[in-house]
Design a protein around this ligand. Structure first.
Ligand code: PLP
Length: 341
């Protein structure tokens, strides 16, 4: 079923075969890849399949390796999904206000976007999504917890969309580590047209290494792997990711601190006169509606504090998106917002 959703030329594509594809195992002399033979940290090409990293992710997530794609950030997975699935005349579906990369990835290939805005309370418009599917939307992007609103979709929400979609449904879980609710990964076996995105950029603290994850049906994952550039995750990133993924204690500790601070910021910001609403968040950021957000943005900037202005997004008038920082950083933010008149 999933094979039918792939573009025919992608289905037919034979991926590039690297020197390291044609020989796996270990040898004493490598004269197969035109590398510089003088050993240093980086003279060899990286593993094109991220085998060691994939094994570790497989253990951490409880998913088979065939269901795992590792990309140069989840942004690469978004781009590859568009390339694998959307044909000229077809469209992607987004649910604004949401992450901007979905639309950019589609538009960069000349595809249009059907926007099915969430309602004012940031719940999904299921009928609107089904209608968009009928109009030629073949790739739907949901984001949970959603950037910038912070809300997490329930299993029921996601299944509603999956049941009524004839295309592929992506659930972007970049912020899942901070959320109370479960990952949509538990739905993968039941719904082959579901793809879940996660990343090492947020909770794992590796935004600079650019390592993103996509989980899905093995056929679809194989298609993404054929489409990607052969050495999409460089050797340094693979090595560092593997190192960091060993320290689950540090990870858990940091997530816990960030979640605790998120709750403190929510409660403290809500007490401030110029703050009209702090939306409940399952991520590591808060969407905050304030009186005169433009002036507050500038006032914060003057004090060296940069936040994100989201007031131009659907249903987000007056809203700033504020990332949860360290305890000391959050204290500085609170002091600055309290002093704003
Ligand atoms: C930050 C973020 C990502 C992460 O992208 P990477 O390319 O993995 O760094 C993905 N999706 C959303 C919604 C995000 O906010």
């Amino acid at each position: 079923m999933i094979l039918k959703l792939l573009r025919p030329h992608v289905r037919a594509l034979r991926g590039y075969s690297t020197a390291r594809d044609e020989f796996s195992g270990t040898a004493q002399v490598y004269l197969d890849a035109n590398e510089n033979p003088f050993e240093s940290d980086l003279n060899r090409y990286p593993d094109p399949h991220c085998r060691a990293l994939k094994q570790r992710i497989s253990e951490l997530k409880g998913l088979e390796r065939e269901r795992i794609f590792i990309g140069n950030g989840s942004d690469e997975a978004i781009d590859l999904l568009v390339r694998a699935l959307v044909a000229p005349g077809q469209m992607i579906i987004t649910t604004p206000p949401t992450y901007g990369m979905y639309a950019v990835a589609a538009q960069a290939h000349g595809f249009s976007v059907i926007e099915v805005p969430m309602s004012v309370d940031f719940s999904l418009d299921y009928d609107g999504l089904a209608h968009a599917d009928a109009r030629g939307g073949v790739l739907t992007f949901l984001c949970s917890p959603n950037n910038p609103t912070g809300g997490q979709l329930s299993r029921w929400d996601i299944e509603q969309v999956l049941r009524r979609s004839n295309g592929v449904v992506v659930v972007d879980e970049a912020y899942i580590d901070f959320a109370a609710g479960a990952s949509a990964c538990t739905l993968l076996k039941e719904y082959p047209h579901l793809v879940v995105l996660q990343t090492l950029s947020k909770a794992w603290g590796m935004a600079g290494a650019r390592v993103g994850l996509a989980f899905g049906d093995p056929h679809l994952i194989a298609a993404l792997s054929k489409l990607k550039l052969p050495y999409n995750v460089n050797a340094l990133s693979q090595r560092i990711a593997l190192e960091r993924l060993a320290d689950t204690e540090l990870y858990a500790q940091q997530v816990q601190r960030i979640v605790r601070e998120r709750e403190r910021l929510t409660s403290e910001l809500s007490k401030i006169q110029t703050v009209q609403a702090v939306f409940p968040s399952e991520g590591n950021f808060l969407l905050v509606r304030c009186v005169d957000e433009r002036r507050l943005f500038e006032a914060l900037r003057m004090q060296g504090i940069i936040v994100r202005d989201r007031s131009y997004d659907v249903h987000c008038s007056g809203c700033l998106r504020i990332t949860v920082g360290t305890e000391a950083e959050n204290d500085r933010l609170l002091e600055a917002v309290r002093g704003f008149v």
